[in-house]
Design a protein around this ligand. Structure first.
Ligand SMILES: Cc1cc2nc3c(=O)[nH]c(=O)nc-3n(C[C@H](O)[C@H](O)[C@H](O)COP(=O)(O)O)c2cc1C
Length: 347
C-alpha cells in the first residue's frame, strides 16, 4: 500500500468517524448510582488527581488515540495538543505507523510534543509492529507510555486489512519485555473479555484500555470503505465498555485498567471509575468539539467537564478517585445476566 493511500485512509477514518452518531441508548444507562440526600462533603473538597503506578495525572480524563499521518490530521494533533497543554490532560496520538514507514510523516506526530513539552503523551502502534519500530514510536514523541492497539474486527472488515493475528500475543510479549516506558494494550471499540485480560496479564502487561463498544464503531467505519458495504451485520460485535469493566474486575488489583469507548458525559466517566477504571479516555467527542468549535471552546468544554465531575463525586461523597469505587451501584437485568453468564465476581 502506498504512503498516499495510507494518508487517504487516515483522512477517511476521521471523516467517517466525525459523521457517526452515538446510539440513543448507551450501556452506561444500564448502571445507576444510589442517591443519598445529604452529602457529607463540599464540592471544593473533591480532588481529581489520578495516581497510576508509573505517573500521576491531574485528571482521570484523557484524549485517546486518533490522529497523525496526514496533513489534515497534523493540524488536528496540533489543536488537541494545545487543549492537552492548557488543561493538563494526558493525550494519545493515533497509530504512528505512517511515520515509522515514511519519515516525512513524523512531524504530524512530533507536533504534539513540540506544543506540549511537559505533558503526558502516549505514542501508539499496532500489535504486529516489530519491537524496534515500537521503540522508534516512543522516541518519536519522547512518549511517557506506548499504546499498542489490538483491532482484529477492524482489520477484518477493512478491505485492505491484516489477516494474520496468530503472532500478536508473542509480539506483544516482546514489546512489553523490551520497551522501557509503560505499555498500554488497548482495544479500539470492541471491548475486552476476562480471557483476553488473562492472556495480557500472563505476558506481563500492567496497563490495559478496554475501549469497548458504544461509541466510535470501526466495523461501521471500515464497512463504509467497502465497495459493497456488505459487513454492517457485524456492527454490534464486541463488549460494551461497562461489560468490559465488569470483565476486568478480577484483574484490577494487579493491572491499571483504563476505560474508553462511548464515554460521553461526566456521569459516564464517574460510572467507569466506580467500576474500577483508573483513567478514562474519550476520542470522538474531542474530535468533533475541536473541529466544529475550535481550541478555545474545547478548553472550556474540558473545564466544564472537570467541574461537573466534581459535582457528581460530591453527590457520591467521593473526595477522590479511590472513594468513587465505594459508591453503591445498581445494574439492570442485561448487566445482571452478563455477570451471571460470564461468572464474574462482582460485589
Ligand atoms: C478518527 C479516529 C481514529 C482513530 N485511530 C486510532 C488509532 O490510530 N489507534 C488506536 O489505538 N485507536 C484509534 N481510534 C480509537 C479510539 O482511540 C477509541 O478506542 C475509540 O474511538 C472509542 O472511543 P470513542 O467512542 O470515545 O471515540 C480512533 C478513533 C477515531 C474516532
Amino acid at each position: 500500500m502506498s504512503d498516499k493511500k495510507r494518508e487517504q485512509r487516515k483522512n477517511e477514518h476521521v471523516e467517517i468517524a466525525m459523521a457517526q452518531q452515538d446510539l440513543p441508548q448507551s450501556d452506561f444507562d444500564k448502571m445507576r448510582f444510589v442517591h443519598h440526600s445529604i452529602p457529607s462533603i463540599d464540592v471544593n473538597e473533591v480532588d481529581l488527581t489520578c495516581e497510576l503506578d508509573d505517573f500521576t495525572l491531574s485528571s482521570p480524563l484523557y484524549i485517546n488515540a486518533m490522529t497523525g499521518g496526514s496533513d489534515w490530521t497534523k493540524q488536528i494533533n496540533q489543536k488537541l495538543a494545545q487543549i492537552a497543554e492548557a488543561t493538563g490532560l494526558a493525550m494519545a496520538v493515533g497509530s504512528t505507523h505512517a511515520a515509522l514507514r515514511n519519515q516525512d510523516m513524523a512531524p504530524s506526530f512530533e507536533i504534539v510534543r513540540e506544543v506540549n513539552p511537559d505533558g503526558i503523551i502516549f505514542s501508539n502502534v499496532g500489535a504486529d509492529v516489530p519491537v524496534e519500530k515500537a521503540q522508534e514510536a516512543v522516541k518519536l514523541l519522547d512518549a511517557n507510555a506506548l499504546q499498542v492497539h489490538v483491532n482484529a474486527p477492524q482489520e477484518l472488515v477493512m478491505p485492505e486489512g491484516n489477516r494474520t493475528f496468530s503472532t500478536w500475543l508473542a509480539n506483544l510479549k516482546d514489546i512489553v519485555e523490551t520497551i522501557d516506558v509503560p505499555v498500554i494494550v488497548k482495544e479500539v471499540g470492541f471491548g475486552m473479555s476476562k480471557e483476553t485480560l488473562n492472556q495480557l496479564y500472563d505476558i506481563g502487561v500492567k496497563y490495559v484500555d478496554v475501549s469497548g463498544r458504544g461509541g466510535t464503531n470501526f466495523v461501521n467505519i471500515e464497512n463504509e470503505r467497502r465497495d459493497l458495504k456488505d459487513m454492517s451485520y457485524l456492527s454490534q460485535w464486541g463488549q460494551s465498555t461497562i461489560e468490559s469493566l465488569l470483565e476486568s474486575i478480577g484483574f484490577q488489583a494487579d493491572m491499571n485498567i483504563f476505560a474508553s469507548g462511548g464515554v460521553r458525559s461526566p456521569l459516564d466517566v464517574v460510572k467507569s471509575l466506580a467500576l474500577g477504571a483508573k483513567a478514562v479516555g474519550m476520542s470522538r467527542p474531542f474530535l468533533n468539539q475541536v473541529e466544529e468549535h475550535g481550541v478555545e471552546a474545547t478548553i472550556e468544554y474540558v473545564n466544564a467537564f472537570h467541574k461537573q465531575l466534581k459535582k457528581i463525586m460530591t453527590m457520591l461523597n467521593a473526595k477522590n478517585l479511590d472513594d468513587v469505587v465505594k459508591a453503591q451501584k445498581v445494574f439492570n437485568h442485561d448487566l445482571i445476566s452478563w455477570i451471571k453468564q460470564r461468572e464474574l465476581n462482582v460485589q
